[in-house]
Design a protein. Structure first.
Lengths: 413, 91
């Protein structure tokens, strides 16, 4: 059923009790052409684009718990593409281009709101860094504006720009913003199922069958299944899945946490991000402030962040916005992020034939969801890396061609 | 939040420490002879264990010395701390 005003009115007469389910719960079949492992936004999107653009008919998507229950539902929903290096700019801007048409493409409102993102500069060095980044962005066709202190203060009147770490300026990307993260998972799931993808929830992969160096199928908690190709799209368990296939990854899995405040009336109409004092904040459509900061330094699979990190998040927030200091924080949660040495993702082939991987998105994968899914779908369908995905192969860790966004000071997402 | 037993100072709050990744990765003895694959393996590839993990910590706001920790990455429980150069405890 297509979602429309007409259908909304029609269903109002039956008190909205007769909407059909957005996706069903099919049984796992014996064999598929392509199996995607991981039902977050990236995985669901991959299944969708495989079916829609690359003509793959027989697809299953396996999710160990419920779709969108991992990092897709745990992030702070920030979307931007103003990365320094050409390779990252191409990847993340491909995503922003797709975000702009995503709601109509999926017939599902993902609430993409291009409210603009301010990345703050607190020192002369920061100003030089954002200026360098802005010129790099211009060359890659990405919008960027450099604002001085007065312009920042005028646009965001509540911000304290003369604190201990004064705000000297900001780089503004107006095309950046936020989206409703659950809706992204639901929208892709519904659209993928309409194209015939079997979405199997509560189905954890426990083993990867390999014969003569090529993947032949998977062992799961719902039985074994054969597959001609498998795409692994995990977050938080990339190394665990890679170990099942007998190889290791340049990844450390660490906790990252976020918080939301009690809902308040509209006060912040943009996204604020600072690497130097390290906090990012935006206001959701419900009125809650959504706040996050850095990840913990130690490996963990616990989905819990450390307690002291909360203070590291709230300190800079109340320094920047003294008006928020009396707000109560309602909820706090953690997710496990797979961090690579250069803070860029891994997309491409693995040492096993017909086994592909899309992982290592670290602290900033949500913004890339449609782009990541699209380039990975082409990589899986054709068996060779998509042009945008090619620089992000595992091989870069051996060739030395890192895409070092960590050193490029774009670490905070 | 962890209470970490520094092998030199005793039990202290986690905020005094910082973690520096997987322990017991020895620098290759013959760097000149390594292939690109071997260098990549040494520099970047990590076991990233789900379960018992051996890792390096420093007591930054204390004795400032390095030591190793054996910790369960599922429950975050610290099972042992020991000095650099000591054998890693059995699981």
């Amino acid at each position: 059923m297509k979602y429309s005003v007409f259908n909304l009115v029609k269903n109002a007469f039956s008190y909205h009790e007769n909407w059909q389910k957005a996706w069903s719960s099919p049984e796992l079949k014996k064999e598929y052409d392509v199996i995607i492992v991981g039902g977050g936004g990236h995985g669901l999107g991959t299944a969708y684009y495989l079916a829609k653009e690359f003509g793959v008919k027989n697809i299953a998507l396996l999710e160990k718990s419920w779709i969108g229950g991992g990092n897709t539902g745990r992030n702070t929903t920030i979307i931007r593409s103003n990365y320094l290096w050409d390779e990252s700019a191409a990847l993340y801007n491909h995503a922003v281009n797709l975000w702009e048409g995503l709601s109509s493409e999926l017939n599902f409102n993902v609430m993409f709101s291009q409210r603009g993102l301010y990345h703050l500069a607190h020192s002369v060095h920061d100003m030089q860094e954002i200026t360098r980044r802005a010129y790099s962005n211009y060359l890659n066709g990405i919008d960027a504006e450099i604002l001085n202190q007065d312009q920042v203060k005028k646009n965001i009147p509540h911000m304290n720009v003369t604190g201990r770490y004064p705000v000297l300026g900001a780089i503004l990307q107006r095309r950046a913003g936020t989206a409703r993260h659950d809706a992204v998972a639901w929208g892709y799931a519904r659209a993928a199922e309409n194209l015939g993808v079997d979405i199997i929830q509560n189905c954890e992969v426990t083993g990867i069958d390999i014969s003569n160096g090529a993947v032949t199928g998977l062992q799961t908690t719902k039985g074994s299944v054969k597959a001609k190709k498998v795409g692994l799209v995990p977050a938080g368990h990339s190394s665990v899945l890679a170990n099942m296939a007998g190889f290791r990854l340049p990844i450390s899995s660490v906790p990252l946490q976020a918080l939301v405040s009690e809902p308040i009336k509209p006060i912040l109409d943009c996204v604020i991000m600072s690497n130097t004092v390290h906090v990012y904040v935006s206001q959701s459509d419900k009125g809650e402030l959504v706040v996050g900061a850095g990840s913990d330094s130690y490996n963990s699979y616990s989905q819990r962040g450390s307690f002291d990190m909360i203070e590291h998040i709230m300190g800079p927030l109340t320094e920047l916005f003294p008006i928020f200091s009396r707000l109560k924080m309602l909820r706090q949660w953690g997710g496990i992020v797979d961090v690579t040495p250069d803070r860029s993702p891994i997309i491409g082939k693995t040492p096993i034939d017909n086994l592909f991987i899309n992982c290592g998105w670290g602290t900033g994968g949500f913004k890339a969801t449609p782009g990541s899914a699209h380039v990975f779908a082409e990589t899986v369908a054709k068996g060779e890396p998509n042009k945008i995905a090619a620089p992000f192969s595992i091989e870069r860790h051996f060739s030395g061609a890192l895409v070092d966004e960590a050193a490029a000071a774009a670490v905070a997402h | 939040m962890f209470v970490i037993k520094c092998p030199y100072c005793g039990e202290r709050d986690q905020t005094e420490f910082s973690c520096h990744g997987e322990a017991h990765i020895a620098r290759p003895e013959n760097p000149d002879n390594l292939t690109d694959a071997e260098w990549g393996e040494y520099l970047f590839i990590r076991s990233n264990k789900k379960g018992i993990h051996y890792e390096r910590w420093t007591h930054d706001h204390g004795c400032r010395r390095w030591f190793n920790v054996m910790r369960d990455t599922i429950s975050d429980e610290i099972l042992a701390t020991y000095k650099m150069g000591e054998e890693k405890p059995k699981t």
